[in-house]
Design a protein around this ligand. Structure first.
Ligand code: ATP
Ligand code: MG
Length: 339
């Protein structure tokens, strides 16, 4: 059994815990997505019933172009597969293929409170980013996410730190629903690992690395070719001083050392020692190679997938997901009084 998330142990005495997570097919999936979320999924799929969703309806809450959305959906699915998510073990599917997600979202909307949603950090940030298009979908994003999670009676939701607040809301809604209408939902917990939970932007270590960042210097995309990675690392912001150390006064170096550590499986302390007395140029050149080496086999697999093959996997996944989601929805409908 995996020990990375001891909070799941609690459920083991009776049933196999269910784990659910997703990535929105918006922008460019980056190493933050991988280190904060997907890397942990690989561990979890060994021991738990895992459900990994391409959350396409979430991607529509900010301005989007249909042709791009279409290709991004497959891109995210290929990223799951190339990273090592195994469709024989885990369910991989597209959110909009299982209509129960939007149906449950509506029902949860009737118990979610407006001030609760107004408090969501992501809503506040994204409203500022898209001032002219603060749409209802963006506001309701966390309720749809709660529906995604609760439909599968999920116990664990492996996410980066930025999504923790949304998982807490899902838990609040599950509790409220259960106390009003009967014990239908499991109360989910966010599974956030300390290391990698918040990878910062390369051009500004005070902001998180983000798919929707306008400047590509913000992120290292999982699909960036080796030369682009070398160039971006070379240009990455550093701190004042010369030492290669982690510290509260060294946000940029702390971030680069975390990335180095997670891709090389060496501890940060070990890496600090390796570069004692050396300069940023040596450190950055090696870091770029560590990332390039890690991404090489991943990108090879990613490029070999055929769209048709991926669509088949997604269809199979959706039919498995529908079975579980359909069962939950029939319990929900009955409990709220729908006939
Ligand atoms: P967007 O800017 O469009 O919201 P995103 O980069 O936040 O994109 P999501 O699809 O929203 O990506 O998130 C996918 C998963 O990756 C979530 O679990 C999220 O918490 C995690 N994640 C996203 N960015 C980071 C980051 N910089 N560090 C660690 N984890 C991250
Ligand atoms: Mg996000």
């Amino acid at each position: 059994m995996t020990g990375i998330f001891p909070e799941l142990e609690y459920y083991k005495n009776n049933t196999m815990p269910t784990v659910f997570s997703g990535v929105a097919p918006s922008g460019v999936p980056h190493i933050g997505t991988y280190l904060g979320a997907i890397k942990n999924w690989l561990e979890l799929q060994k021991d738990y019933q895992c459900i990994f969703c391409v959350v396409d309806l979430h991607a529509m809450t900010v301005p989007q172009e249909p042709q791009k959305l279409k290709s991004k959906i497959l891109e995210v699915a290929k990223i799951y597969l190339a990273a090592g998510i195994d469709p024989a073990k885990s369910i991989i599917f597209v959110q909009s293929h299982v209509k129960e997600h939007t149906e449950l979202c509506w029902i949860l909307n009737t118990i979610a409170r407006i001030p609760e949603l107004e408090r969501m950090t992501q809503f506040k940030d994204k409203s500022k980013e898209h001032k002219k298009d603060v749409n209802m979908g963006l506001f309701d994003y966390p309720v749809l996410m709660a529906a995604d999670i609760l439909l599968y009676k999920t116990q664990g939701v492996p996410v980066g730190e930025d999504q923790q607040q949304h998982v807490e809301l899902a838990r609040t809604l599950a509790e409220r629903f259960n106390s009003k209408f009967g014990e239908i939902f499991v109360l989910p917990k966010a599974l956030v690992r300390k290391e990698g939970a918040r990878i910062m932007a390369l051009d500004d270590p005070t902001k998180k690395m983000s798919k929707s960042a306008e400047n590509p210097a913000n992120y290292l995309a999982l699909t960036d070719p080796p030369d682009v990675i070398r160039e971006k690392i070379k240009k990455a912001v550093t701190d004042s001083g010369k030492e290669i150390l982690v510290g509260p006064d060294k946000p940029a170096l702390s971030n680069l050392l975390t990335i180095y550590s997670l891709f090389s499986n060496k501890s940060v302390g070990e890496i600090e020692k390796m570069y004692h007395g050396k300069g940023y140029a040596d450190f950055k050149a090696d870091l770029a190679e560590v990332i390039v080496d890690f991404l090489k086999p991943f990108q090879k697999k990613y490029n070999e997938f055929d769209d048709k093959e991926v669509l088949k996997i997604l269809e199979k996944g959706a039919s498995k997901a529908r079975e579980i989601a359909g069962q939950t929805m029939s319990e929900v409908r009955k409990s709220v009084g729908l006939i």
